[in-house]
Design a protein around this ligand. Structure first.
Ligand code: ZN
Length: 198
C-alpha cells in the first residue's frame, strides 16, 4: 500500500495477523497506536514482551499462569478430587466466572480431530491420566458439543473407565457446535448440574 509510510504499513501488517482483526480494523488500531502518547506505547509493548516471557502452563492443570502452580490448583479450599476437563483456557474462564464450581480443572489445549490431523497425543491427555494417580473422585468432561468435542469426550471416557474413576459428561443444554465461552452462565450451570455418568 502506497498510502502510508513503511512503518505504518508494518504496524498494520502486524495487527492484521491477530485473530478477528480484518484489514480495516488493523488500519484503525495502527493509527490509534501512532496517536497514543509514546510512554503508553512503550508500556504496552513492554507488557506484551514481559507477559510472553513470564507466562507459562501450570504444572498441574496446564492453564496459563506466571507461577509454577496456578492460583486455582494452589487453593486449598478447592476440591482437588474433582477435575473438570476443558478444551481451552477460555472455557475454563467461562466456568470460573459462574463462581459455582469449586473443583479443579484440566486444560487439554485442543480436541481430537482426525480431519485436522489432531490425535490424542497432540493434546494434554497423558498429563490428565497422570493426575489420576492421585485420589480422584470424579472427572467431568466439559469439552464442546462439536464433533471434535464429542470425539474427545468419548476417547477420554474409554481411557479413564478402566481406572474405576467416575466419569461424567456435562448435559447437552449446550447447543451443538456451541463454543463454551459464548454461552451464558445459567446454561453453563444447568449443563454442569445435569451432567450424566458415562
Ligand atoms: Zn493449575
Amino acid at each position: 500500500m502506497e498510502l502510508y509510510s513503511g512503518y505504518i504499513n508494518k504496524l498494520i501488517e502486524q495487527f492484521s495477523k491477530l485473530p478477528g482483526v480484518g484489514s480495516k480494523s488493523a488500519q484503525r488500531l495502527a493509527l490509534h497506536v501512532i496517536n497514543m502518547p509514546s510512554e503508553h506505547v512503550e508500556r504496552f509493548a513492554q507488557i506484551m514482551v514481559e507477559a510472553r516471557k513470564n507466562i507459562h502452563y501450570c504444572n498441574t492443570c496446564y492453564t496459563l499462569t506466571d507461577k509454577e502452580t496456578c492460583p486455582i490448583c494452589a487453593n486449598p479450599k478447592r476440591d482437588h478430587k474433582m477435575i473438570m476437563v476443558v478444551e481451552n483456557i477460555r472455557d475454563l474462564a467461562a466456568y470460573e466466572k459462574t463462581g459455582k464450581y469449586d473443583g479443579v480443572y484440566h486444560v487439554l489445549h485442543g480436541a481430537i480431530s482426525p480431519m485436522m490431523g489432531i490425535g490424542p497425543n497432540d493434546i494434554r491427555l497423558k498429563e490428565l491420566v497422570k493426575r489420576l494417580e492421585e485420589e480422584i473422585t470424579e472427572v467431568i468432561i466439559a469439552t464442546n458439543s462439536s464433533l471434535e468435542g464429542e470425539t474427545t469426550a468419548m476417547y477420554i471416557s474409554k481411557l479413564i473407565k478402566p481406572t474405576g474413576v467416575k466419569v461424567t459428561r456435562i448435559a447437552s443444554g449446550v447447543p451443538v457446535g456451541g463454543d463454551l465461552e459464548c454461552i451464558d452462565e445459567m446454561t453453563l450451570l444447568r449443563a454442569l448440574e445435569g451432567r450424566t455418568e458415562l
